[in-house]
Write a protein that binds this ligand. Structure first.
Ligand SMILES: *Cc1c(COP(=O)(O)O)cnc(C)c1O
Length: 344
C-alpha cells in the first residue's frame, strides 16, 4: 500500500496539555483551530476535554460549529474572528462564543443575539486583531455591562523571551483591563513560558500541545512513516529525479518513497531533508516530487519497508528549518492522503 502512515499520539498530546497546565495557576484552554493544527480537531478536542479542558478556541464559526458537533454541549467554544456578517445562525445554533473585535461586531452581536455570551479581543500592539485602546475606551462600559466571558489579547513576540515587546504588551493589556471582573487571557504557548505575570485567568496553548516549539519539553505527538515503493542501484555519474539535481559520485542505493510536496513535505526542504530507518539517517536525493521522494539508503543493511520523516528522531521544528519555516506550518500542511491512526 503506497499510503504513508500518520500516527497521532493522543496520550502525548494529553501529557503536553497537563505539563502546560502545571506551569500556571490559571485555567488552561486549548487552541484547536485549523483542524487541530492539522491533527484532527475533533479527536484532539475530545481527548483534551476528557483531560479537563473546558475552553476551546477556533479561528472561525464554521470550525466552531463542526467542533460543537463533536464535543456536544458543555465546553465553551471561543471564536477568534468574532461575529462576522453571516455568522449569527452558527453562533446561536452551535452555542459559540465570539471574541468581539470591533464596535461593528459588538453592535451586530447585541442586536442579533441579545443576552448571548461573548468575549472581547483587544489589540495590545500586534495590530492584527482586536479593539485598539481608543475603541475599547469608547465601548468598555457598554461591553462590561453585558458580562463578557473573557477579555483577551495576543502577544506578537512571546517565542523570544527577551524581546521588549512582551513587557510592552503586558503593560498595555494591564492598562486596558485592570479592575475588570471578567476573566482575562493573554498567553498562548510562548506566553505561558514567560512566567506567571503573563498568565492571568485563562491560557490558550496551541502549538505546544502538538509537540512544537517554543515548548521545548513537549513530547512528540506526530509520527510520519512513508512506505518505500521501489529500491534501485544508481551507478556513479547517473542522476536522480527532476532536473538531474543529484548526480551519484559513488554506487548509491536509492529508495523511492510514497509522499511528496502534495502531502506537506515542502519542496523547498530539498536536499537538506533526511529521514530515518530506526536510528540510521538517510538523506533525500535531488528534488522532492509531488508524490515521491528519492532517499539514499546505501547505509542500511536490508531493504526498509518504510522511512520515518517525523517522530522521536526528528521533530516538526527540525523538519521546518530545512524549508525555512516553523513547526506550525509543517503540522498544518500535513496532507489528506495519509492513513491516520490515533493512539490513546
Ligand atoms: C493561534 C493562537 C493561539 C495559540 O498559539 P500557539 O502559539 O500555537 O500556542 C492563541 N491565541 C491566538 C489569538 C491565536 O491566534
Amino acid at each position: 500500500m503506497a499510503q504513508a502512515k500518520l500516527t497521532i499520539d493522543l496520550a502525548a498530546l494529553r501529557a503536553n496539555w497537563r505539563a502546560l497546565a502545571a506551569k500556571s495557576h490559571s485555567e488552561t484552554g486549548a487552541v484547536v483551530k485549523a483542524d487541530g493544527y492539522g491533527l484532527g480537531a475533533n479527536q484532539v478536542a475530545l481527548a483534551l476535554a476528557d483531560e479537563g479542558a473546558r475552553r476551546f478556541f477556533v479561528a472561525s464559526c464554521e470550525e466552531g460549529a463542526s467542533l460543537r458537533d463533536a464535543l456536544g454541549s458543555g465546553p465553551e467554544i471561543n471564536v477568534f474572528s468574532g461575529h462576522m456578517d453571516g455568522d449569527t445562525a452558527l453562533i446561536r445554533d452551535a452555542q459559540l462564543t465570539p471574541m468581539i473585535n470591533s464596535i461593528d461586531q459588538m453592535l451586530r452581536q447585541v442586536e442579533a443575539l441579545p443576552g448571548a455570551p461573548f468575549g472581547v479581543q483587544l489589540d495590545s500592539g500586534m495590530n492584527r486583531l482586536g479593539m485598539e485602546p481608543a475603541e475599547w475606551g469608547a465601548l468598555r462600559d457598554i461591553a462590561l455591562a453585558q458580562n463578557p466571558t473573557l477579555i483577551m489579547s495576543h502577544l506578537a513576540c512571546a517565542d523570544e523571551p527577551d524581546h521588549p515587546m512582551n513587557a510592552q504588551q503586558l503593560q498595555a493589556f494591564h492598562e486596558m483591563t485592570d479592575g475588570i471582573d471578567a476573566p482575562r487571557s493573554l498567553s498562548a504557548t510562548g506566553g505561558i513560558l514567560l512566567g506567571a505575570d503573563y498568565h492571568f485567568d485563562v491560557t490558550r496553548p496551541g502549538v505546544g500541545l502538538y509537540g512544537g516549539l517554543p515548548f521545548e519539553d513537549a513530547k512528540p505527538v506526530v509520527t510520519l512513516d512513508i512506505p518505500v515503493i521501489q529500491i534501485r542501484e544508481v551507478a556513479p555519474g547517473e542522476s536522480v529525479g527532476y532536473g538531474n539535481n543529484f548526480i551519484a559520485q559513488s554506487p548509491t542505493r536509492v529508495a523511492t518513497i510514497a509522499a511528496g510536496y502534495a502531502d506537506g513535505v515542502i519542496r523547498a526542504m530539498g536536499p537538506q531533508a533526511q529521514l530515518w530507518s530506526e536510528d540510521t539517517r538517510c538523506k533525500v536525493l535531488g528534488r522532492i516530487s509531488m508524490d515521491m521522494i528519492a532517499v539514499d539508503v546505501s547505509a542500511l543493511n536490508g531493504d526498509p519497508a518504510s522511512l520515518t520523516l517525523l517522530g522521536h528522531m526528528q521533530s516538526v521544528d527540525v523538519v521546518a528549518d530545512w524549508a525555512g519555516t516553523i513547526g506550525y506550518e509543517i503540522l498544518t500542511s500535513l496532507g489528506h492522503r495519509y492513513d491516520r491512526t490515533y493512539l490513546t
